[in-house]
Design a binder for this molecule. Structure first.
Ligand code: PGA
Length: 235
């Protein structure tokens, strides 16, 4: 595991964007990239937009969301689709055919789609305060593939701000599984802020335990972690 500790959110975003861009430029084959949503990666997407718009990737990069809420109009604020459209897809000149949207209706085929690439070439992850990665909540099997997941109260509380109130947060989400995550060739884990410090310590230095889903990342052979100094403060 490679850990980069940065001064603040801006530097975390910059270092993360640099890592993604370097991976996209590594060779000239087709590349699949799994995109996290949430407050953590927004600054990184801002930095990646002009890089993607240089046009050097020649339509060979394919973009995937990694989770999505269920039973909700996907054009509404708070959904992963709307987040990615607003923060990234609407700003980059990429062909619509290079963008895949995971949702509760198409998820059963998702692992097959991704396995055509041999797993994500680059997977970008944030982390929930309870250790969820994508929307794999505590207790999820390390063998799980893309599935529907009941959301925990902690996760709903963490994301109530995206929906205006906790009552509006959907009860369920579809998410890539832990096995889908671990099948990725390269993983970037990002975290910012002191409210993530405890779970970062538990996940990266604690026991590997399915009650702390992110702890499984310790077993990944190509994990790159970028933290700001507050998120890294207990390491
Ligand atoms: P955040 O969400 O980036 O908004 O903190 C991360 C997550 O819940 O996975």
């Amino acid at each position: 595991m490679n850990i980069v500790i940065t001064q603040d959110y801006e530097e975390m975003s910059m270092q993360s964007a640099k890592f993604v861009a370097e991976n996209l430029l590594k060779d000239s084959k087709k590349i699949s990239i799994g995109l996290a949503t949430g407050s953590t990666p927004t600054g990184m997407y801002d930095i990646l937009v002009p890089i993607i718009n240089l046009g050097i990737f020649n339509e060979r990069v394919f973009f995937y969301n990694i989770d999505e809420y269920c039973n909700i109009d996907l054009n509404k604020n708070g959904t992963c689709k709307k987040y990615l459209l607003d923060n990234f897809y609407s700003k980059v000149s990429i062909n619509a055919k290079n963008i895949y949207f995971l949702d509760e209706f198409n998820y059963k085929n998702y692992d097959n789609v991704i396995s055509d690439f041999g797993g994500f070439d680059v997977l970008i992850l944030g982390i929930g305060k309870n250790g969820h990665i994508a929307y794999n909540e505590p207790g999820t099997s390390f063998n799980s593939l893309t599935h529907i997941q009941e959301l925990s109260v902690e996760s709903k509380m963490q994301h109530e701000v995206d929906f205006g109130s906790i009552d509006n947060v959907p009860e369920k989400a579809v998410t890539i599984g832990i096995k889908t995550i671990m099948n990725s060739k390269c993983i970037l884990l990002m975290a910012s802020g002191k409210e993530k410090a405890k779970i970062i310590k538990k996940s990266l230095k604690g026991e590997i335990d399915k009650q702390v889903p992110a702890s499984v990342l310790q077993l990944h052979p190509n994990l790159h972690v970028v933290l700001d100094k507050e998120a890294a403060s207990l390491l």
